[in-house]
Ligand binder design. Structure first.
Ligand code: SAH
Length: 354
């Protein structure tokens, strides 16, 4: 059965059922923009063809398994089940500004295996389809409609490495920005990556307005490879070259994410290495306090004083710096905390015991 997001296939269904194209446009408008459930969006189709259309088109690739609302802040974690029975997580972030952001997953698990990230500890990575990625937004928007809210900013910071699922990511961006679908402003989409140089440049070329965030976490190769195994594959020099190319294509800043870990990457020398690394690049530094995860008891977040000193060094060098405060810590929805125990591989589980 074709997904509602497969625009070409759906157009064929429409023709076969002899539905006027403006009716389908109305349905899409109701489903994508007015955040209405499929049953109500279907009301835009004429009576005789409505039931056939409904039975031939798949409106949802995911089933909502459970919902967890934070008692501390405006975060809500949604757990979805894929048709294959895998569980993924999506986080709604109601910001104090009144705006709403959604953090979506692109994979079940992650192959990057960063030492500080719970998803990486799952030890597997299975790609989600564009329909599965997009359905996270559809369903979040349907829930938010009851609150008079809709998702304004979309961040690819959930489970998985977006550029390890490049083809489906690309399709997803197409659907998000398509006038016939969500028609989201590409500037409000932020893709966060462990840093895959060629894919970053390709993305900037294809979607020059979509924002990129690079999880750098250290500007010293030996330190970075210690916490991010992917650094062995793509060194800092190659990554910097990609930033130069991205900057030449896009006319806005790349976000540099920097997780602050005590005694790992938070010394004055680390701050100076970062200043050197981003010199003459249009970047914005986002410092991230570490959200502890059970699988990395050896890692501790930097103390506030250390973090402030680090930030001051960057600011003194003229760099724009902000600090990220994650929402949803009480429901394990903060950055790096998304994990599904049930999908761990045995090796990942074993390494946890040893
Ligand atoms: N794979 C992508 C997107 C997912 S992670 C990436 O790595 O960028 C989104 C952000 O959360 C990344 O910057 C990541 O490094 C950060 N993160 C991971 N684990 C974290 C933790 N325990 N505490 C705080 N931030 C974390």
């Amino acid at each position: 059965m074709p997904s509602i997001h497969d625009l070409t296939a759906i157009d064929l269904v429409r023709r076969r059922l002899k539905i006027d194209s403006y009716r389908l446009r109305q349905l899409r408008n109701a489903f994508y923009k007015k955040q209405l459930p499929a049953e109500r969006a279907l009301n835009d189709l004429p009576e005789p063809q409505r039931a056939s259309f409904a039975s031939e088109v798949d409106f949802h690739s995911l089933a909502l398994e459970s919902r967890h609302d934070s008692r501390l802040d405006g975060a809500t974690k949604l757990i979805f089940r894929t048709a294959a029975g895998l569980l993924i997580e999506t986080v709604i972030l109601r910001l104090t500004t009144g705006r709403t952001a959604l953090c979506v997953s692109t994979q079940v698990g992650c192959a990057a295996r960063c030492d500080f990230c719970a998803t990486g500890k799952m030890g597997i990575a299975r790609n989600l389809s564009a329909a599965e990625i997009v359905d996270q937004l559809v369903q979040a928007n349907q829930l938010l409609a009851a609150e008079g809210r809709s998702v304004r900013n979309l961040v690819f910071m959930g489970m998985g490495e977006p550029f390890h699922n490049e083809e489906q990511l690309d399709k997803t961006i197409g659907l998000l920005t398509d006038k016939a679908c969500f028609h989201l402003n590409p500037k409000r989409i932020l893709i966060s990556t462990v840093g895959i140089p060629a894919a970053m440049v390709r993305c900037a070329r294809r979607h020059p307005e979509v924002r990129l965030a690079l999880s750098l976490h250290s500007a010293r190769q030996d330190v970075r490879r210690q916490i991010m195994p992917i650094a062995d594959r793509y060194g800092l020099e190659e990554l910097r070259q990609a930033l130069v190319e991205v900057a030449a294509i896009q006319r806005h800043e790349v976000m540099i994410e920097y997780l602050l870990l005590a005694e790992v990457n938070d010394a004055p020398a680390d701050a100076l290495a970062l200043v050197d690394y981003v010199r003459d690049l249009p970047v914005h530094i986002n410092l991230i306090p570490y959200n502890p995860i059970a699988d990395a008891p050896h890692l501790v977040g930097s103390a506030t004083r250390q973090r402030e000193a680090f930030s001051a060094t960057l600011k003194a060098a003229g760099l724009p710096v902000t600090t990220r405060y994650s929402l949803g810590a009480d429901i394990a929805a903060a950055c790096g905390q998304l994990v599904r125990q049930e999908h761990r591989t045995e090796t990942a589980a074993a390494s946890r015991v040893s």
